[in-house]
Design a protein around this ligand. Structure first.
Ligand SMILES: Cc1cc2nc3c(=O)[nH]c(=O)nc-3n(C[C@H](O)[C@H](O)[C@H](O)COP(=O)(O)OP(=O)(O)OC[C@H]3O[C@@H](n4cnc5c(N)ncnc54)[C@H](O)[C@@H]3O)c2cc1C
Length: 386
């Protein structure tokens, strides 16, 4: 069979792209390695930034994607137990993000694509990309046996561990990896969400609490990688660490339903294209969760790629040739923001000089209007200006 575009991966990048292409009348097939319930239940990000929301508004998908999603307003930074509130939308000229858990976004995008007659194949195994610099083909296997799809373009939206990036010859890519030297232990718990997204900063280390639905919270706790594995902590220890670091001795505990280690690592592969393969989202870059930009970058890439592929399939490939450069500008901008934010809220190795720098950074946010506005601008998401 054939398609204009084969999209590999049904995460935020692949499903955003598939929906936008569908709206543009471009025939695409989405291949997803996992089954539907796995994809719809994978919990990760929680915030769609203002720019990401606008992508869905422009595409006429806001009613499907954003229905009932609360607007994100205040961010609470609690320094040694003392609360400081940032009204991010007010500082960003009214641009607010939405609280949209990633699994809800994925479920909605998936439903919309399928309701529109989209072709999405779950449990596609052994996906392999061929002839990427001439006439691309994608092969895969499922319960019915092996399949081959001829296509004009392949979109590699299959995350950091997918098959797309490794299909590019190594000497065609420059990769950048940065280890932030911090560990994050994250737990999902049946615990009432905080009033506002909450970050605790102090000499005991960083912790955070974010809403994940009406009766659930995701918590993050900084730990020292290599020295310990917090997944072995008894729940009492986890709650004790959270109470101290969030400056809330009365923080109610609850059943912990998921425990994970988050790699505080950044990665970028350049260029985000090879022949007729275009990488989007985590397939091309990963970023620390500080600033909540991973899912938003994936959606922003997909938006740029959808327009570029549509134009190319209609005869004008200028935007497709610019795709990688355009997306890398935003990627590096967000990497810098995420690193800046990471250094502000973490006590890294208890280094006293770094601690004072971090405090100066923090104070600037609450004493300098321009600095606060610049922070809020990044939180809202950046429209690229050429
Ligand atoms: C614990 C955690 C917390 C996070 N918190 C935030 C946050 O607060 N804010 C934020 O913005 N980001 C956050 N992120 C990052 C965010 O989740 C990712 O950036 C986002 O999922 C990237 O979307 P994607 O579509 O590029 O990749 P993915 O979501 O990884 O989707 C890739 C898809 O491709 C499929 N796939 C993989 N290999 C193949 C293959 N060979 N063939 C076919 N299909 C394949 C996968 O099954 C998957 O469905 C967090 C991540 C983690 C792990």
């Amino acid at each position: 069979m054939s398609a204009d575009v084969v999209v590999v991966g049904a995460g935020p990048a692949g499903l955003t792209l598939a929906n936008l292409l569908q709206r543009n009348g471009i025939a695409c097939v989405v291949l997803e390695a996992r089954d539907r319930s796995y994809v719809e239940q994978r919990q990760r990000a929680g915030v769609l930034d203002h720019y990401g929301g606008q992508i869905f508004e422009r595409a006429g998908l806001a009613a499907e994607v954003l229905a009932g999603a609360p607007v994100e307003r205040f961010l609470e930074l609690r320094y040694e137990g003392k609360p400081h509130l940032l009204d991010v939308p007010a500082l960003a000229g009214g641009r607010a993000g939405w609280i949209v858990p990633q699994q809800m976004l994925v479920r909605r995008l998936l439903g919309t694509f399928l309701a529109g007659g989209g072709d999405l194949r779950f449990e596609a195994r052994e996906v392999a990309l061929h002839d990427l610099t001439s006439a691309p083909r994608v092969t895969y296997t499922d319960a019915a046996g092996p399949h081959e799809i001829e296509c004009s373009y392949v979109a590699g939206c299959d995350g950091f561990h997918g098959v797309s990036r490794p299909s590019i010859p190594e000497d065609e890519l420059t990769t950048y990896t940065f280890d932030h030297g911090i560990g994050w232990y994250t737990v999902l718990a049946d615990a009432p969400p905080p009033r506002y997204p909450l970050m605790g900063i102090g000499a005991n280390g960083f912790a955070a609490q974010f809403a994940r639905g009406p009766g659930a919270s995701r918590f993050y706790v900084q730990y020292r990688p290599g020295a310990e594995d917090p997944r072995a902590w008894p729940d009492d220890r986890t709650w004790a660490e959270l109470r101290v670091r969030l400056g809330d001795p009365g923080l109610p505990g609850g059943a912990i339903t998921d425990r994970e280690i988050v790699e505080m690592r950044s990665f970028v592969a350049e260029p985000m294209a090879y022949g007729k393969l275009f990488l989007a989202g985590d397939a091309a870059h990963i970023i620390t969760p500080m600033g909540a930009k991973g899912m938003n970058l994936a959606i922003a890439d997909a938006d740029v790629l959808a327009d570029a592929l549509t134009s190319a399939l209609r005869g004008d490939d200028a935007a497709l040739r610019a795709y990688s450069d355009v997306c890398l500008r935003r990627t590096w901008d967000y990497q810098d923001f995420s690193r800046w934010f990471t250094e502000m809220v973490h006590d890294i190795d208890g280094d006293p000089f770094r601690r004072r720098l971090a405090r100066a950074r923090f104070d600037r946010l609450f004493t300098n209007q321009a600095a606060a506005a610049a922070f809020a601008d990044m939180m809202a998401g950046v429209e690229l200006v050429s």
